[in-house]
Design a protein around this ligand. Structure first.
Ligand code: HEM
Length: 148
């Protein structure tokens, strides 16, 4: 379709995807990232049992969902339409320092698999931002100092 017939949202989406591709981010890499990261999560002594309690043995739907999530976040595809905040708020075993473990594992997975250093930074910045907002939703109590 010629450029002028596209909506601003479509143009933006294609721009994001072109920029991501320049640093090596495509659906194939997202699939590798998600599969590798959750392999490591599953065998982690602290995070593994939390995921096992929530997900059981059937990891395939979670992996598919997480590929859609990262496709939306990194490539603006709109493939994901879930609600991460309530999904995490119901996980009563999760403590704030578990996020440090999650982010360290994600950083190491990127260091081991990312096609370029820029791709690693791109995912890490987004993961840190989302982790911060999940933690605010999960741990900041109304009336606490953090809300002032
Ligand atoms: C301590 C850190 C974390 C733990 C223990 C954790 C654990 C989980 C678990 C167990 C689920 C499955 C919930 C279910 O299906 O019932 C889940 C879902 C999900 N997580 Fe996390 N998570 C963490 C951090 C993060 C971060 C930092 C992100 C994003 C950067 C993230 C993104 C998601 C998304 C998108 C879903 C799917 C929600 C849905 O649509 O159902 N999580 N997480």
């Amino acid at each position: 379709m010629p450029d002028q017939e596209q909506s601003p949202a479509q143009r933006h989406r294609e721009h994001v995807q072109r920029e991501a591709l320049k640093i090596g981010i495509d659906e194939d890499y997202i699939s590798v990232l998600v599969d590798t990261f959750y392999d490591r999560i599953r065998s982690h002594e602290v995070l593994g049992p939390i995921f096992a309690d929530a997900i059981g043995c059937n990891w395939q739907p979670h992996l598919e969902k997480m590929k859609q999530f990262w496709s939306s976040v990194a490539r603006n595809t709109g493939h994901y339409s879930g609600k991460p905040v309530p999904a995490h708020q119901k996980l009563t075993q999760v403590q704030q320092d578990h996020f440090t473990i999650w982010l360290d594992l994600f950083r190491q997975t990127l260091a081991d698999t990312a096609p370029t250093p820029q791709a690693a930074d791109y995912f890490m910045e987004r993961a840190q931002r989302i982790a911060r907002s999940l933690q605010m939703a999960m741990f900041d109590r109304p009336g606490s100092f953090a809300d002032v």
